[in-house]
Write a protein that binds this ligand. Structure first.
Ligand code: G1P
Length: 291
């Protein structure tokens, strides 16, 4: 079994009802932050971390995601007719190589663990990454790249981790923290969405994972966890006494793009991080009355 993390799973089957009407005909993962869809950022991040194969777990109404990552002869022809070779090169640069992208459908919305389990045959017997496109991270070094580097030393299962307020613990997987060495946290397990007051810590799982294929042994059982769903967290917790579990307190600012206000903040922060937009946006923000 290789220890290199070569494959990434992107669960993109969710309905996105919180963003209706925007998501009635548009997959929520296609909502743009500045000029790129959320899923585009996730794929870019995976590629920056050395990922070579991209596995999407989709659902009904998600074909725009497949089109986005597909070659478009029509668009290339139109750009060529306008002499836009720069734009053509840019497009080609981020398209997954032929045969390096796969799509499978999660037929029923049975939870994140179930979505990842749907990719088991495509993943095979090697460690793999999972990226949740809703969790968008602005950082100098892409979050998954930070994790892959640390993972080389420790193996096992690793999750991105972020300290959250007491009132937020019930929205996340929460780590049972054992010890901490800089950004690397050793955990004895993880519990999905504990009620406030029952959480083992304030260290929450954010949507970046590096997992060993043994998680599928647990997911094969199809056991229901919090909210009646098959939880990825439960598989990770089950494995915690069989393989080391670590949280990685990443450098960067995380936006929960499933929440409207944070989606808007992400747009502003990502635009301010871009040289071609910063000055104009800053000038506009200065014209706004103080809140
Ligand atoms: C999922 C996971 C949870 C994790 C969160 C991060 O929850 O189940 O453990 O903390 O993503 O965003 P969801 O947001 O899908 O409810």
């Amino acid at each position: 079994m290789t220890n290199k993390v070569r494959k990434a799973v992107f669960p993109v089957g969710g309905l996105g009802t919180r963003f209706l009407p925007a998501t009635k005909a548009l997959p929520k993962e296609m909502l743009p932050v500045v000029d790129k869809p959320l899923i585009h950022y996730a794929v870019e991040e995976a590629r920056a971390a050395g990922i070579e194969e991209f596995i999407f777990v989709t659902g009904k109404g998600k074909s725009a995601i497949e089109d986005h990552f597909d070659y478009s002869g029509e668009l290339v022809a139109q750009l060529a007719a306008r002499g836009r070779t720069d734009a053509i090169e840019e497009l080609q640069a981020w398209l997954p190589a032929p045969g390096k992208v796969a799509y499978t459908r999660q037929q029923e919305p049975l939870g994140l663990g179930h979505a990842v389990w749907c990719a088991r045959h495509l993943v095979g017997d090697e460690p793999f990454a999972v990226l949740l496109a809703d969790d968008l991270i602005l950082s100098a070094e892409p979050c998954l790249k930070q994790m892959v580097e640390a993972y080389g030393e420790v193996g096992g299962n690793m999750v991105a981790a972020l300290t959250v307020a007491d009132e937020a613990v019930s929205r996340y997987g929460i780590l049972k923290v054992e010890s901490q060495d800089g950004p690397l946290v050793r955990a004895a397990g993880v519990v999905e969405k504990p009620p406030r007051g029952e959480a083992p810590s304030n260290l929450a799982v954010i949507g970046r994972y590096i997992l060993v294929p043994q998680v599928f042994e647990y997911l094969d059982r199809q056991e229901r966890g919090a909210g009646g769903e098959i939880q990825l967290t439960d598989a990770i917790d089950w494995l915690a006494d069989k393989a080391p579990l670590h949280g990685w307190c990443f450098e960067g600012q995380r936006f929960d793009c499933g929440v409207k206000a944070e989606f808007l903040q992400a747009n502003i922060a990502f635009a301010l991080a871009r040289e071609d937009m910063r000055d104009e946006l800053q000038a506009f923000l200065r014209t706004l009355p103080d809140a």
